[in-house]
Design a protein. Sequence first.
Length: 93
Amino acid sequence: MDAECNEAAEEQDLIGWDNVFKGHVTKKWAVLQKKHFSRMYQNPPSLHKWSKTIILKLYDAAHEMWIHRNDIVHEKFEENLSKKRPQNSWNRT
């Protein structure tokens, strides 16, 4: 199983790990999951449903990271703007 996991990781290296968050994953992960399911369950769950769920979870994680990054970037941007902008500049004559 470790060798198969290494093969899946190597194939994912070729596809690119950054592409995982775009839903581009090697089919070898699904093959490994199918083997795992067959050992765990008498009637294994649908592999299609597992694959779909994993990809949706990855999309969600990527989206959450994007939102978090934007919160940080835009908060810093707003902080910098307020530092550059004179306080109560409209009252100065």
